[in-house]
Ligand binder design. Structure first.
Ligand code: FES
Length: 611
């Protein structure tokens, strides 16, 4: 008897149905996931690697046993064309096995900061030792730095020290020395740019930037999915996984370090250089990602009162983390504000220059977790809203992340529905901005009431398998209902996500004694925030009702802030001051929060629902 199993493809967030006898790869093609298939599914090219995260599947075939180690098989690694589901499954498809790239946001504001890098390079010509001058090699280098450049160094990184004697002789005593504070951290014979690496490490996505430390010029930039998704979509699940055992926590840490090393190589390939030329790394991330990367304890992050293990800026040798850049290089982690507001939000406030404004300004970084700050006459208060994965297309029936074929715009005019997809490809699902658009348009068209209930009289509203659905893309085949639709449950998910944000904004406004219409500017950052239609966000009631001219979408401002901190010691200092200035309000401790949240679930303007 033929059975259908449901397959969850991560990190794309796409779901598909797999019939008995169909491989995961065959299912992926039907679901529009776009897995590579070089040998036509014969198990020979090994281009379709994936990892089974959950669910029962067929035993490994002989080609899989040849290809993977016992340990890898144990960890769930399989070939998509050789693995057959025997139950509902969840699989992780790594980027190299996909033909469909995920849209990631790396661009943002211009960097306007005078370079003042933590690492400076000096050219030093030394006189070779002889019997009349027996000064030790490292001492000779330090003396040369002091005499020629007035730079007093007291230490030499141990990795530099190990190869220093040989390097000085190979370079005939002429070298370029990288100095950080009072430490020699690199030595090389050839001139070349002094590079820095800035990382915006998100729960779902990672953006990387390769930057010339001396002039602040960006040489390459790239985005990728955070492969830690295979341990959980959101930070709470991921922390829960890390708490299972020390080995699991180490595996989660290793997964992201490997991703960062891969991203660094790709950035260097694009810029025509090598990772060993990178002398400094800067990372901005939320507190959970920060702790998981550094291997800090995470249990207290998810236990009231939700405090970080450390908030101040942390510096350590990149080699201690396994990050492969110059052996003596340091990684600087931007300071955290609270358990759920991290250095990425500090970076965003710096880059958008929101932190110094005198008017009433609202700054949001929208994601699986949304951080919101209200800047009120120079005072800053922040909240963290659990907006959940609906904006990433997760927990939405036809939801997927923002990739080729995802519906990202919806317009409804009477009975006519127009959908625009990413890359104008055939629709295969709907991403977060599409869901928000659909809800706003359905509300405006009277298909949804204020409570979010779908009204049955529209011809596109149908009951499919017991679910009330609004069909966005009808299937032309007889008997088929639709390729992509929005269900009543999807509407509820979107209402919860947008209410979390709107309630967070309202708590901030009420704590400051201000009202929504007084806001002079709303700054929206983050990948989702970049692609949303602001009017739809206002119509749905996610953002306050203000003239559109008061909204500014700034792209990946957290990434820009990380670049600023990479090239400027003054910005690092500013970041530390800023993190201390921010007053964090824990929503769970706000007596009004539940009432505000319930009201914020309604569609339309929050103020209309007051009373
Ligand atoms: S497609 Fe070649 S091994 Fe799977």
């Amino acid at each position: 008897m033929t059975k259908n199993y449901r397959i969850d493809f991560q990190p794309l967030g796409r779901r598909g149905e797999c019939a008995t006898g169909e491989s995961v790869q065959e299912c992926s093609l039907k679901a529009g996931v776009g897995m590579t298939n070089i040998c036509g599914g014969k198990g020979k090219c090994r281009s379709c690697r994936l990892r089974v995260l959950k669910g029962c599947v067929s035993e490994p075939t002989s080609s899989e046993r040849d290809f993977f180690s016992a340990q890898e098989l144990e960890a769930g690694w399989r070939l998509g064309c050789q693995v057959y589901p025997l139950a509902d499954c969840s699989v992780y498809v790594p980027p190299e096995s996909m033909t469909t790239p995920q849209r990631t946001q790396v661009e943002g504001l211009e960097i306007r900061v005078q370079p003042d890098p933590p690492v400076l390079c000096y050219k030093v010509d030394l006189v070779a030792p002889d019997l009349s001058d027996l000064t030790a090699d490292a001492d000779r280098l330090l003396q040369g730095l002091l005499q020629k450049h007035g730079v007093a160094c007291r230490k030499v990184d141990e990795a530099v020290l190990r190869s220093l004697s040989m390097d000085l002789r190979d370079s005939e005593w002429q070298c370029h020395v990288g100095v950080r504070s009072d430490e020699v951290i690199s030595l090389r014979s050839l001139p070349g740019p002094n590079l820095g690496l800035a990382i915006d490490l998100g729960t779902t996505k990672i953006a990387g930037y390769l930057v010339d430390l001396e002039n602040g010029k960006r040489l390459s930039s790239k985005g990728m999915m955070n492969p830690q998704i295979s341990f959980g979509e959101d930070v709470i699940t991921r922390i829960g996984e890390a708490l299972r055992s020390l080995e699991k926590a180490a595996e989660i840490q290793k997964t992201v370090v490997e991703a960062l090393n891969r991203l660094t190589r790709e950035l260097c390939d694009e810029a025509g250089c090598v990772p060993e030329q990178i002398l400094e790394a800067e990372v901005g991330c939320n507190t959970a990602m920060h702790h998981l990367l550094l291997g800090l304890p995470v249990k207290q992050l998810i236990t009231a009162p939700y405090v970080p293990a450390a908030s101040f800026a942390i510096e350590l040798k990149t080699r201690d983390l396994g990050l492969n850049i110059a052996p003596g290089a340091y990684i600087h982690m931007l300071p955290n504000v609270a358990g759920f507001v991290g250095g990425d939000h500090v970076a965003m406030l710096l880059a958008s220059e929101a932190f110094d404004r005198k008017e009433l300004v609202l700054a949001l970084d929208i994601g699986t977790n949304t951080e919101v700050s209200l800047i009120n006459e120079g005072r800053i208060a922040s909240v963290s809203c659990a907006s959940g994965p609906a904006f990433e297309g997760y927990q939405i029936k036809y939801g997927m992340r923002a990739a080729r074929g995802a519906i990202e715009r919806v317009r409804i005019n009477g009975n006519s529905v127009e959908c625009a997809t990413i890359d104008e490809a055939a629709p295969v699902g709907i991403c977060g901005s599409g869901v928000l658009d659909a809800v706003a348009q359905m509300y405006l068209a009277g298909i949804l009431d204020r409570g979010g209930r779908m009204i049955e009289r529209h011809p596109r509203v149908r009951n499919v398998g017991g679910d009330r659905q609004f069909i966005l893309c009808p299937d032309e085949r007889p008997g088929e209902e639709g390729l992509v639709g929005i269900t009543q449950k999807d509407i509820r998910q979107l209402q919860l996500a947008k209410a979390a944000i709107r309630a967070g904004i309202q708590v901030l406004l009420e704590a400051s004694g201000r009202s929504g219409d007084e806001i002079e500017e709303v700054i929206i950052a983050g990948a989702f925030g970049t692609y949303i239609d602001v009017q739809s966000a206002v119509t749905a009631g996610m953002l306050p009702k203000l003239p559109l001219s008061r909204f500014r979408q700034v792209g990946n401002a957290a990434g820009m802030g990380a670049q600023m901190a990479l090239i400027s010691s003054a910005v690092r200092k500013e970041a530390e001051n800023l993190a201390l200035r921010i007053r964090y309000i824990e929503l769970a401790g706000s007596p009004q929060f539940s009432k505000i949240f319930v009201r914020a679930c309604y569609l339309g303007d929050y103020e209309e629902g007051k009373g």
